[in-house]
Design a protein around this ligand. Sequence first.
Ligand SMILES: O=P(O)(O)OC[C@H]1O[C@H](O)[C@H](O)[C@@H](O)[C@@H]1O
Length: 433
Amino acid sequence: MDVDIGNALASVASPGVSRESLERLDEQVADAHERIEDGMADGEHGYEALNLPRRTDPDEIRRTVEPVADAEALLTVGIGGSALGAATITNALADDSETEAVSLDNIDPEWVSNHLDRLPLEDTAINVVSRSGTTAETLANFLTVREAFEDAGVDWTERTIVTTGESGPLRDLSDRHDLPSLKVPNGVPGRFSALSAVGMVAAAVCGHDLEALLEGAAAEAETLSGSLFDCPAYAYGATSYALDARGAGMNAMVPYAESLETYSEWFAQLWAESLGKDDLGQTPLRALGVTDQHSQLQLYRAGPRDKVVTFVTPRETDDRAIPDTEVDDLAYLGDATLGELLDAEFEATEASLAAAGRPNVRIELERVDEYELGGLLYGMEAACVLAGELYGVNTFEQPAVEWAKKATRGLLGGGEFEEADAVAEKTELRVER
Ligand SMILES: O=P(O)(O)OC[C@H]1O[C@H](O)[C@H](O)[C@@H](O)[C@@H]1O
């Protein structure tokens, strides 16, 4: 990926960061990079994720999914970091696959039932993913899916691939039924695991090029260096951090490609869960170009000066001509293609924010394919790790989320958790009809 931070400079935007401030910040980037390199070399928790392009074995993943390769549908059962990487990859590349990929990451009963009633279960693969193997939503959905397969007379054990940690309830279940399984690599938190089996099993079932995903990521890894001016990922992480310190406490991720809509969800988890600690962190917002030009852009351009907008734009896309019309005022459209209109709208929106002095950053990809996607996922992970070093937070933990997980289990009688007591202590001020 290439990153253009010109519209985040103080000469353009407020809040903005001056070139001099970036040069001073670059000294901290150099220190942070040393820390990151050491962490990677030692395989430390979290930093190990940045080694995945060299560690993930595509052959092992392909071999494991062999029984369900090219299924008509794929049901990924997981949540958070155990679902969003797979969904980002399969949704971005959906046009190149015959397999319909569905991510069962919510437990809304109507929604779950609709999918199970609709999908051809006899030709559906189940990809169940949980690092801990204990996440209530994932296990509840898996049990539900299993039963639906049994009710339809389909042997779920023939159609299930498990990806989980070395031990835990899901590992036990997998062993008991002798299911094909893969391991979530040690030291890799869920939201940093898209380039391991966690995200790649889905890619493999859908027939995507695993090597290209990893090569794209490896090429991005090659750019990691001691200066933000030489490394797109660090340029992004450092600029976001600097803008946040100057008041841009929100970061709106706006891809100009429908296929990247889920990528914004993945980014939101990465940024929020990694950096939202110790009263620090930048709030990720999700939007989509051009759709949200006609809803959120008003706020981004004229609301509080508390945001940076991040555009993601592929340079090349498939295109489609806009047909001529008999109406003179619309003749200009007939001379263009949908792709040209999309590009023009992107450039106009970017310029409109800059003209209003609103900071924005452009991330360019060649196109949306495996190689570029691998680079984007890796690049944003590295950006996040760098930002975590600059904030001085523990990027790789998520105690606030764990708190609610424990409270839920306590409420359901899944163990003694004092967190559950807080539910009964809720303050009420009801206004009833
Ligand atoms: O992979 P699992 O252990 O099932 O966890 C799934 C998700 O659970 C929690 O919400 C964590 O905060 C996420 O970081 C994690 O990705």
